[in-house]
Design a protein. Sequence first.
Length: 57
Amino acid sequence: MARPGVLTNGPKTGRYKILTEPSQWRNGIISRADVAQFLVRQIDDQAYLRKAPVLVN
């Protein structure tokens, strides 16, 4: 599970922040393409398995 910020239709940048601690969480924007990239990477990586990071640019 991932918690994206405000979603945009912008291009994939590959430059986004993965915030795991509630004290780090903030609002931000992120493209749908970047969220998709993160989710696909987690199929093999699983670094955030059983976590729900916030994704922002």
